[in-house]
Structure formats: C-alpha cells, structure tokens
Design a protein around this ligand. Structure first.
Ligand SMILES: C[S@@+](CC[C@H](N)C(=O)[O-])C[C@H]1O[C@@H](n2cnc3c(N)ncnc32)[C@H](O)[C@@H]1O
Length: 242
C-alpha cells in the first residue's frame, strides 16, 4: 500500500505509455469518445469557455473532445516527463490522433474546427498541477479527468480527495466527464510499477453523490484483448458539478 507521493511521477515513461495505450484506437476508447462527444454536443457553451483536463499524461483525446467548445484548454499534469511530452506533442501532434479525431468528427460540431492540430496548439497550455494539493483560486467551465483519481494511489482517502479537488476546479453547474479503471491492481509503464486503487461502480456512485448532479454512469467490460492485466473494466461518469 502506498500513496501518491511514494511514486516517481517525473520518471513516467511517456513514450511507453503512449505506445501501449494510444498508438492505436482501441474499442473501449472509441466507446468513450462517442459518449463524451455526444454529451458535449448536447451542451451549450459560451464563446469564452475555458476547459481543463487533469492528469493528461499522454492522452490528447479529452482535449480533442473539448476543442470545438473551448476558447482555452488547460492541461494540468504533475509529471515533468509528461509535461515535456505534452509541450512537444502539441507543437506537432502525431498521426495516431487522427483516428481519434475521426470518431469525434462524425458530429458536425467537430467538422467546423478549422485545422484541428493548429487549433489544439493555439488553444491549449500545459501547467504543473497536483490534484491532491491546494484548492485553486480560479475555476473552469468544463472539465475532464481520465484514469487519474484511481490510478495515482492505493489510498482511498487520496481517491476521494482527487475527486473533490477535481470538482472544486470547476464552476457550479459546469459539465464534466471522468473515466476510471475498474478493480485495477496497478500498471507498468516502462518497467516501473504505478499504483491503483481497486474501485467499482458502487464506490464511484457513493463518492460522486455529494459532488455532482444529472450524472450518467457507463461501464465497459474487458474485451477479448484487454489493454492491461489486472482490471475488470472501465467506468465513465458524466454530469454537472454541484
Ligand atoms: C494512469 S495515468 C492517466 C493519463 C491520461 N489521463 C490517460 O487518460 O491515459 C495517470 C496520470 O496522472 C498523473 N498524476 C499522478 N499524480 C498526480 C497528481 N497528484 N496530480 C496530477 N496528476 C497526477 C500522472 O503523471 C499520469 O499522467
């Protein structure tokens, strides 16, 4: 058992994580993209909407999903390695992301984005952030946090704190989307072990009932070729911050 601070996040092997998880578009990610896309297309946003993605790692699809609706997008990340990776990727986004964008572009709102790569570069900024740290003095209008709260610790209290802090980054009423590994036992990145807390739908519903409203929960079982060992599925929740 170990908490977030016991792991060397600055040594996270960004390229290995990307190669393992996002070099190809997996079925689970396609399903997630479709749900996020349709949820966001059903909202109305002001022209100056500011989005935030927490613990971005090497996953650009939450930011891509928010792109048509946001004037600015902040990518908040603790790991120096991942921040470096993000800064260089945003300058020249690799081809694998086209497969993710094509799913989004099945809806008109995404097709109106002129040159998505340039747009992503212009609208995003990368910032050092500890989701278990202090409460921010600024709040965003829309937020995503994918595979972070349960995948940065084995401590239940830190999972709870990550969810609370994520919600406190957002204005009351702001739409959000979060995803989780279900019953994860942790994961290897570049030969290093990183932690996870084994959570399920019941745990998530308990945690979220005081934090959000209008929520929908989705569960995806493990397919024939699971991405990693030691988990039983993925969970997505979307809704609005209380
Ligand atoms: C399992 S990865 C998920 C990455 C990405 N969001 C995805 O969808 O694949 C967990 C991410 O959380 C970041 N992280 C770890 N501890 C954090 C903290 N205290 N605050 C913010 N981010 C953290 C890691 O650097 C890593 O990028």
């Amino acid at each position: 058992m170990a908490g977030n601070a016991a792991y060397d996040w600055d040594a996270f092997d960004s390229d290995d994580y990307l190669a393992h998880n996002y070099a190809e578009l997996h079925d689970e990610d396609r399903r997630i993209l479709e749900i996020v896309r349709d949820f966001l297309c059903g909202q109305s946003f002001d022209a100056d909407t500011r989005g935030v993605d927490v613990g971005t790692g090497t996953n650009l699809y939450p930011a891509l999903a928010m792109l048509p609706f946001c004037d600015r997008i902040s990518l908040l990340e603790l790991s120096e390695a991942n921040r470096r990776w993000l800064s260089s990727q945003l300058r020249c986004c690799s081809e694998n992301w086209d497969r993710f964008w094509r799913v989004l572009a099945e809806r008109e709102a995404y097709r109106t984005v002129d040159r998505p790569r340039d747009c992503l570069y212009r609208r995003t900024s990368v910032q050092k952030w500890d989701i278990l740290g202090s409460v921010p003095d600024t709040q965003w209008d829309l937020g995503t946090m994918f595979f972070v709260a349960e995948s940065i610790t084995t401590f239940r209290e830190e999972f709870t704190t990550a969810l609370q802090r994520f919600c406190s980054l957002l204005k009351p009423g702001a739409p959000f989307v979060m995803t989780f590994m279900e019953n994860s036992k942790g994961y290897e990145v570049g030969g290093r072990h990183f932690p996870a807390l084994g959570i399920d739908m019941g745990d998530l519903r308990d945690e979220m009932c005081g934090l959000g409203y209008g929520m929908e929960f989705h569960r995806f079982g493990v397919g024939p070729e699971p991405l990693r060992d030691g988990y039983s599925g993925m969970i997505l929740v979307h809704g609005y911050v209380k």
